[in-house]
Every structure is written in structure tokens, then in C-alpha cells.
Design a protein around this ligand. Structure first.
Ligand code: GLA
Ligand code: ZN
Length: 712
């Protein structure tokens, strides 16, 4: 393609996209880049590692086209290649890469290189190096280890990002910014301590208020001067829960602030290029939700441990939950699968190859949940250093005649056929609350189960039945808007921040259904226990009082016995283990009771009718069969929309994207066995083959079928 025809193509697509927007209403989002008439398919590309190898770049271009790749994330760790000495820039190699891309219809998400630093910088400005919680400053090395506060680092970042923006923001190949890489961790240097103190001052105003919020009279930990405040440390303060919580909040805010600082020079030059930064799977260290307003598009890096078991359902449901979480960060807007491996990783305990079919299935799984891209780490396998054995599109063998390369090309082909899915949305009627501040607090609590409180496992357990039933879900936090859902599931909502109880009450009052569990409504936003009875602000809507919670040894269990003829059809008995709440009814009705121990006969599952809606309380940690039965009964009773109206075989899920006119149904088989899905009598076309689908659809091992039907 010549540069002119490339530019004309871009213009025509942008025009069509605008028209598409107008004609099909509110359910289709604009494409991530108005320039690209296709799904984005590509990889992290590090040509700066290959500058001394003549011919490699030309070969890469040939191979990119063969693999049907149209986007590369370039320059992620290229700071030294771009600035070998302070103030001395080398852009020629990047000019050549981007110019050649433009000639060949390949686009770039251009990276800012702050994820790793040149050695000269660490040497001349040691303050850029991160200080650990033990107050020891790192030596130069590795990556992702800079101080987010250091004025010197911020200055260098501004300088570099300004150069990049001025030179490339209007380059025809550049369609967006990939800011830094996988932000994470905190720094405990003097600058960060000072920033933390200012953050605390702004939050509390007076030391009295801080001391009260942190309950510092305990162990005589009262602060009498702001200068005494320090971040948590292994050899210092660790057990003031309010401090731990505020430190985590500060680390998030400081990282967001750093990210904003990175973005400012980019947007100053050109404000309409989409900006993203790549996130990590359920990464606990940062409350990603706080980045949503700053970023134009959410992207994340997914590295599942496929084939751990013969049946991949467990991993698949967890990855599905993560896709839903990242999509929900920006209220349902399509996101980017920024990284995934085309074959194996080299950092998991066991780096197993993807079995045939899994690459297509796992790539399109992201699409099924709302991704408008499929991207990899990385394009060409590094020759040396720590990732030389990590899977890549182009192997050390250097050509396209590999299984992995063919798998990638197959995804490229499939994405071309899925063009109409771009910008469609998932429209869930149910959501689960997976709340980061709650996660921090519940795990830090020193309570009934220090061995493992299992917050994430509990979220997974409550999400799984929806995945099995093919019910699209949002994964939200307690500050999200509940009003658009019919059902909100809030497992272990230990921390209830101001306003949340009231909003959940209103949600139920207006006809919503809430499911809450044991160990909820225990503390406020400062990790201070609610006085006057648990579950605190949820007590009224749930219609129960939780007097005590029993924590069981692993050898112990109890029984949960549903009442015959209760409002939900349940089995005759379930196993409870680990945590059993001892509750009193305060308006709620018991749907099941405990079968054993000194609390036999007391309520184990309740429902409270409140306003137009219902609030369920699951008092104990129950086995998977309880969740399966309870939630499928609820889905049926409430008429929650399932992607297809028939029963799915185990290990098969169905997810939905729609523009309101056409539904795209993704039938995905993670069971490790061949399966047959009975369709629901509607007429379906196989999007990949263009053929009408029979009423019984066969899915091979790791098989996927994408079926289009008219929306209702
Ligand atoms: C992360 C990083 C990449 C690479 C991959 C390897 O996601 O962002 O640079 O290290 O892991 O899986
Ligand atoms: Zn610092």
C-alpha cells in the first residue's frame, strides 16, 4: 500500500464509522481508533533489540502482514535507545519503523518508556530509584522500580514524552498511546513519605481526626505531630489497619497522579489520540477504578494457566471474570487485550504450551467479553536476557512455518470475519461486587480466618454459576451505579463505605435483588467496626442481625438444610465449611437452617422482602453445589437474560455482544471434551463460515462457534 492510499483508506473508514454511529443508536461504541477499519491484532514490538541485525526489520514487516497483524505497541522499554545520553536523542530508528508501518498499513500504539530507565539516569539521579518498605533504596536494574514522586523522574518523563508527542503524535501510523507498562508497587523514599503526609493532611485536616479514624489510642500509637507519620514497614508500623488502608489508597492516588503527569505532554500536543496503560490480572496493589476517568480506553494483560487441569473451566471462568471487570471499569466500553501469549509464558511455575485450538478460543474469549483487540507479548522472541524463552509470534527459528505463527494467523483471519462485532456491547442485567478497598481491608483484618479469608476465591465461587449459565455479568465495586441491574451479588462486603448501605437499600426498594453473605457490613471506610450490630448499614435491607461468626477448622463442617417448599427450589442439603454466621431474623424469612453443632436449627439462608425487591443473605460458606442450585434458581425466578435459552453442557459458556440489531453469541467450550449445544429455536448463522447453524451445534475440544442472530 502506498502512503496515499493508506491515508485515503483511513479517511473513508473514519467517515463510515461516524455514519455507523448515527444509524445504529446507543449500543455501538466508536472503534478504539477512528483510523482503523478492523479489529486490532498485533503485539508488543521491540525493534530496538534488533538494530544490529540487518534484514530483521524488513522480515518482520513481511511476517506481520502474513500473520494478519495490523497493530504493534512500540517502544515500551526503549528509553536508552531513544536517549542514550541525557539530552541526546536518537529517533532515526523509530522514524524508520513508523514510516515503514505507514507504508504497509500497520499501526502503532506508541509507548512512553517510563517502565524502565537508562543506567545513566539512575547513576546521575539516584532519587529516581525506588525505596522498599524496608527503607533500602534499590540499585539500578530490572524494571518497574522507579519512584512515582521523584521530581527528577517526573522531569525526565515530561521531557521524553514531550519529544515523543511532538515528533509522532501526528504520524499517520500512530493511533494511540501506550503509557508506561504495568504500573505497580509503591515507593517509601523521603519524597514519598512527604507526599503521604500531605495526602493525609488533606484527607483528615487535623491529627485528632486521623487518630480517631485509625483508632491509635490502641497500644499508645497516638500521633502527636505530622512528622511522626511513616508508611507501613516490616520493621515498623504494620498493624494499624487504618494506616495500611490509607497507604494503599495513597499508592493508588500517587500512581494515578504520575500517570496523569505522563499523559499531560501527550494530550498537550494532540488531544484526540486514545490513551491507555496496560493493567494486570486482578492486581491487588492498585485500585484500577481510580484510573478510569483518566484513560480513554482500558487495556490489560492476560496470562492464564491453561491446561492446568483437563477441564479448563475454572481458569476460563476466572479469566472471564477479569475481562468483565476490565470492561466494567469504563462502564461497558470495549477494552483492549493488550498482551497475551501466543503459546506459553516463561515465568509461570510450569509454562505449558497452548494445546491446538486454545489460542483461537482464548483470544476470542476476550472478544466475547468486550475486547476490540487481540494483542500479544511479544512479536519476535528476544535472543537474550530474561524473556528469551517467552512465547512470541516469531520464534528464534525466524520464519512463519511454526505452529504458533499459524495459530496467530488463524486468529487474524477470524478477526477479519468478526469486523461487525467491533463496538458492540455486552448488556448485563446482573453484576457482582469485587471491591478493591474491601479486598484490602478484609484481608488485613486479623479476624476469624487468618489462615486465608479467601475473598477472591469467594468472588469466583459466586461468579461461576453465572458463567456456567451463560449469563453476561458486570464486575463492579460498591461505588458503582446499581440502578441498571436487576441483580447485584455482593459476597463478603466486609467494608461498607458511606452511602453504600443506603444505595443498596434504595436499589432493593426499587425492585432490585441483592445477594449478600456472611462477613458483610462489619467495618466502615476507616476499618472501624460498626457499633450497634452487624451487618451495620445492611442490617435493615437484609432484615437480619448477625450476632457471632464461627470459624471452622478444615476438618469441620456443618449442614445447610433448605426448608421444603421455600421460595426457591433447592436441593435437600448442602455442606457449609470455614465460616458460619449466627444470625437472628429481623423481618427476613429463613429459607434454610443449619443442621449441626450448637446452632443447629438457626437460619443459614434468608430472604427479606423490602420495598419492591428482595435481599438474600447466605450465612455460611457453602459448597459449589449450593451456589449452582441457588443461583440457577434465582436466574430462573427473576428471568435474568441468559445468552441462549437452553441448558449449556458443563464447561461450555455462552457470552453475548450486541448492537441492538444483531446479537453475536460466543459459544465456547473449555471442558476439555467434545460437546454439543442445543440452540434455542432461533435462527443462527455461523459468523466464521457464513453458514446457517443446525439446531445442535458441535463444539470440538477447545472449540468456539460465533453465532449471529437478529436481536429481539
Ligand atoms: C508482562 C509485561 C511484558 C512481559 C510479559 C511476559 O505482561 O508487560 O513486558 O514481561 O509480562 O508475560
Ligand atoms: Zn519515592
Amino acid at each position: 500500500m502506498t502512503r496515499e492510499s493508506f491515508v485515503i483508506g483511513v479517511y473513508l473508514f473514519a467517515k463510515n464509522a461516524d455514519e455507523g454511529q448515527r444509524s445504529d443508536g446507543m449500543k455501538r461504541y466508536p472503534p478504539i481508533s477512528s483510523k482503523v477499519p478492523a479489529f486490532l491484532h498485533g503485539a508488543d514490538y521491540n525493534p530496538d533489540q534488533w538494530l544490529q541485525y540487518p534484514g530483521v526489520f524488513e522480515e518482520d514487516i513481511r511476517l506481520m502482514k502474513k500473520a494478519k497483524c495490523n497493530v504493534m505497541s512500540v517502544g515500551i522499554f526503549a528509553w536508552t535507545a531513544l536517549e542514550p545520553e541525557e539530552g541526546v536523542y536518537r529517533f532515526e530508528w523509530l522514524d524508520r519503523v513508523l514510516d515503514t508501518f505507514a507504508e504497509h498499513g500497520i499501526y502503532a500504539f506508541l509507548a512512553t518508556p517510563s517502565g524502565a530507565r537508562p543506567a545513566w539516569m539512575s547513576q546521575r539521579y539516584p532519587e529516581v530509584l525506588r525505596v522498599g518498605a524496608n527503607r533500602v533504596r534499590n540499585l539500578h536494574g530490572r524494571r518497574h522500580n522507579h519512584c512515582f514522586t521523584s521530581p527528577a523522574y517526573r522531569r525526565h518523563v515530561t521531557r521524553m514524552n514531550t519529544q515523543l508527542a511532538q515528533r509522532y503524535a501526528h504520524h499517520p501510523a500512530v493511533i494511540g498511546w501506550h503509557v508506561s507498562n504495568e504500573y505497580g508497587g509503591g515507593c517509601h523514599c523521603p519524597y514519598c513519605q512527604e507526599a503521604f503526609r500531605s495526602w493525609l493532611k488533606a484527607k483528615y485536616g487535623t491529627l485528632e481526626r486521623l487518630n480517631e479514624a485509625w483508632w491509635t489510642a490502641f497500644w499508645s500509637h497516638t500521633y502527636t505531630d505530622w512528622s511522626q507519620l511513616e508508611s507501613p514497614a516490616p520493621h515498623g508500623e504494620q498493624e494499624t489497619h487504618g494506616l495500611n488502608l490509607d497507604w494503599r489508597r495513597f499508592v493508588t492516588d500517587q500512581t494515578v497522579d504520575f500517570c496523569r503527569h505522563e499523559i499531560a505532554p501527550l494530550r498537550a500536543v494532540r488531544s484526540d489520540l486514545p490513551v491507555t496503560t496496560n493493567f494486570m490480572l486482578a492486581y491487588e496493589g492498585l485500585n484500577y477504578r481510580k484510573f478510569s476517568d483518566l484513560l480513554d480506553v482500558i487495556s490489560w494483560d492476560s496470562y492464564p494457566t491453561w491446561h492446568e487441569a483437563d477441564d479448563d473451566s475454572d481458569v476460563a471462568a476466572w479469566i472471564s471474570l477479569n475481562h468483565d471487570y476490565f470492561r466494567s471499569l469504563k462502564d461497558g466500553r470495549p477494552f483492549m487485550l493488550m498482551e497475551s501469549t501466543p503459546s506459553n509464558t516463561n515465568w509461570q511455575p510450569i509454562s505449558k504450551l497452548k494445546r491446538p485450538g486454545m489460542h483461537l478460543l482464548s483470544s476470542l474469549q476476550a472478544v466475547a467479553h468486550g475486547s476490540d483487540t487481540v494483542q500479544y507479548f511479544q512479536w519476535r522472541k528476544s535472543r537474550g536476557s530474561s524473556e528469551k524463552f517467552h512465547g512470541a509470534v516469531v520464534d528464534h527459528a525466524g520464519h512463519e512455518h511454526t505452529r504458533v505463527f499459524q495459530d496467530v494467523a488463524q486468529v487474524g483471519e477470524a478477526l477479519e470475519k468478526l469486523k461487525d462485532v467491533i463496538g458492540t456491547s455486552v448488556q448485563p442485567e446482573a453484576a457482582i461486587i469485587f471491591d478493591w478497598e474491601n479486598r484490602w481491608a478484609v484481608k488485613n483484618a486479623q479476624g476469624p480466618r487468618n489462615q486465608a479469608i479467601k475473598y477472591e476465591e469467594t468472588i469466583r465461587a459466586h461468579y461461576r454459576p453465572f458463567w456456567e449459565a451463560g449469563v453476561p455479568m458486570d464486575v463492579i465495586d460498591s461505588e458503582s451505579d446499581f440502578s441498571k441491574y436487576k441483580l447485584v451479588v455482593a459476597p463478603m462486603l466486609y467494608m461498607v463505605r458511606p452511602g453504600v448501605g443506603e444505595r443498596l437499600e434504595r436499589f432493593v426498594e426499587n425492585g432490585g435483588t441483592l445477594v449478600a453473605t456472611y462477613w458483610s457490613g462489619i467495618v466502615d471506610e476507616n476499618d472501624l467496626c460498626f457499633l450497634g450490630g452487624f451487618p451495620g448499614p445492611l442490617r435493615k435491607v437484609l432484615g437480619i442481625w448477625s450476632e457471632e461468626i464461627d470459624s471452622l477448622y478444615d476438618r469441620d463442617s456443618n449442614r445447610v438444610i433448605p426448608k421444603e417448599g421455600g421460595v426457591l427450589p433447592l436441593g435437600s442439603e448442602y455442606r457449609a465449611a470455614e465460616l458460619c454466621d449466627l444470625i437472628h431474623l429481623e423481618g427476613a424469612e429463613a429459607l434454610a437452617h443449619y443442621g449441626g453443632d450448637f446452632y443447629a436449627g438457626r437460619p443459614a439462608l434468608t430472604v427479606n422482602r423490602y420495598g419492591q425487591g428482595k435481599a438474600y443473605y447466605i450465612a455460611s460458606r457453602n459448597d459449589a453445589s449450593f451456589h449452582a442450585d441457588f443461583y440457577s434458581a434465582l436466574i430462573r425466578e427473576m428471568g435474568i437474560r441468559r445468552t441462549i435459552g437452553t441448558e449449556l453442557p458443563p464447561g461450555v459458556t455462552a457470552q453475548l455482544r450486541t448492537d441492538g440489531t444483531t446479537d453475536y453469541v460466543f459459544l465456547m467450550n473449555f471442558s476439555g471434551k467434545e460437546q454439543t449445544v442445543a440452540l434455542d429455536g432461533k435462527s443462527y448463522t455461523d459468523v466464521l463460515t457464513g453458514e446457517a447453524l443446525p439446531p445442535q451445534v458441535k463444539l470440538g475440544v477447545h472449540g468456539i462457534v460465533i453465532a449471529a442472530r437478529p436481536s429481539e
